[in-house]
Design a protein around this ligand. Structure first.
Ligand code: UDP
Length: 313
């Protein structure tokens, strides 16, 4: 197949491109390198089935004879998406519209939208099922991302209802692994980098807030299963690892796994609207996709720590 991956040089996009190439598809990767990194796709450029195009999905793009579109383009770490909030919602909202129009121009090819657990906001239901509408501040510092992604889901469903566009919406929970930008500001990359460089481990708040961390290979497997699901299910479907940790537990595990580190845990003010809990209910993904995560936290962290170690050398 000829497959377009937007955000293909990003953390998730690069793993997806690699998997699709290993299955012998032709992959066109679009990235504007706002948060995507050339080094993530270096190893793919020798494959003649791989094409990288520097481009921005907020502008209409023209491609022909596509078979699939994966829409992953968007800054995703809180510091990255808050740096230029207008650009963030434009990428989510205008980018989604442009990619759905592109699907229509290509005979309504299946299009997968990388949505997010952030659409649940600071959830009042725990764990979060897809039927939960969420608790999101529409005017806060996270809104450019949360509401941008919520609007993108709306646009997907409207294209499905009006044009029968085969949309596939996945809600991605906190994901980590190799190819994360060590500087991107997310908790897993921050804690590992701080521990490896003997700096303070910075917990925001008291560390009692929870997240459920999924290793990247599990997510990519779920993502491609969702795209190819035989029922033609639109989703949304949660993809995440339901094993929940407090942020303080994560800091302790990282320190335990880097025993040579002299880092100490310190506490910093918690940023606005930081969700207090997050854990996916993955019943739907189990039933519809026969999918569940396989990689436990320590195993995934081991691989991620090795990756970051090599980045520092
Ligand atoms: N966090 C932290 N220290 C850091 C980075 C993040 O304590 O150096 C906390 C953050 O406040 C949040 C959680 O870790 O409660 C997850 O943050 P992340 O930025 O990874 O993603 P989020 O799930 O908030 O989008």
């Amino acid at each position: 197949m000829k497959i377009l991956v937007t955000g293909g040089a990003g953390f998730l996009g690069s793993h997806l491109c690699k998997k699709l190439l290993s299955e012998k598809h032709r992959v066109i990767c679009i990235d504007n390198f706002y948060t995507g990194r050339k080094q993530n796709i270096d190893e793919l450029t020798t494959d003649t089935n791989f094409q990288i195009i520097e481009g921005d999905i907020t502008k209409p793009l023209d491609f022909e004879e596509l078979d699939r579109i994966y829409n992953l383009a968007c800054p995703a770490s809180p510091p990255a998406y808050q740096k230029d909030p207008v650009y963030t919602w434009r990428t989510s909202v205008l980018g989604m519209n442009n990619m759905l129009e592109l699907s229509r121009k290509n005979n309504n090819v299946p299009i997968l939208q990388a949505s997010t657990s952030e659409i649940y906001g600071d959830p009042l239901e725990h764990p979060q099922k897809e039927s939960y509408w969420g608790n999101v501040n529409p005017c806060g510092i996270r809104s450019c991302y949360d509401e941008g992604k919520r609007a993108a889901e709306t646009i997907c469903m409207d294209f499905f209802r009006k044009y029968q566009t085969p949309v596939r919406v996945i809600r991605i929970f906190n994901t980590y692994g190799p190819n994360m930008d060590p500087q991107d500001g997310r908790v897993v990359s921050n804690f590992i980098m701080e521990a490896l460089t003997n700096q303070d481990i910075t917990i925001y708040g008291d560390g009692s807030q929870t997240r459920s961390f999924q290793f990247v290979s599990d997510l990519i497997e779920g993502m491609t299963r969702m795209m190819e699901n035989k029922e033609g299910s639109t989703g949304p479907v949660n993809l995440g690892n339901p094993v929940e940790f407090t942020v303080k537990q994560l800091a302790e595990i990282v320190l335990e796994m880097i025993p040579e580190s002299t880092s100490k845990i310190v506490f910093r003010p918690i940023p606005g609207d930081d969700p207090k809990v997050r854990k996916p209910d993955i019943t739907l993904a189990r039933e519809k996709l026969g999918w569940e995560p396989k990689v436990p936290l320590r195993e995934g962290l081991f691989k991620t720590i090795e990756y970051f170690r090599n980045q520092i050398l």
